[in-house]
Design a protein. Structure first.
Length: 59
């Protein structure tokens, strides 16, 4: 077992708990919305990267 694998599973577990908490607070939110909100809170740099990417339009 590599040293980082346990930390990774902890992170996944925290993420799962955060999503469940978000859905408890926002029962009408679908899982995709909850997981995206948690991702944005957990990894704000990914959110800014996503915002900078122009939406693809067909030429």
């Amino acid at each position: 077992m590599t040293p980082g694998s346990n930390e990774e599973s902890d992170r996944v577990e925290h993420f799962r708990v955060d999503v469940e908490t978000y859905r408890r607070l926002n029962p009408s939110a679908p899982y995709e919305v909850a997981s995206q909100a948690v991702m944005d809170l957990t990894y704000p740099q990914l959110k800014s990267m996503r915002a900078e990417q122009p939406t693809r339009t067909s030429r």
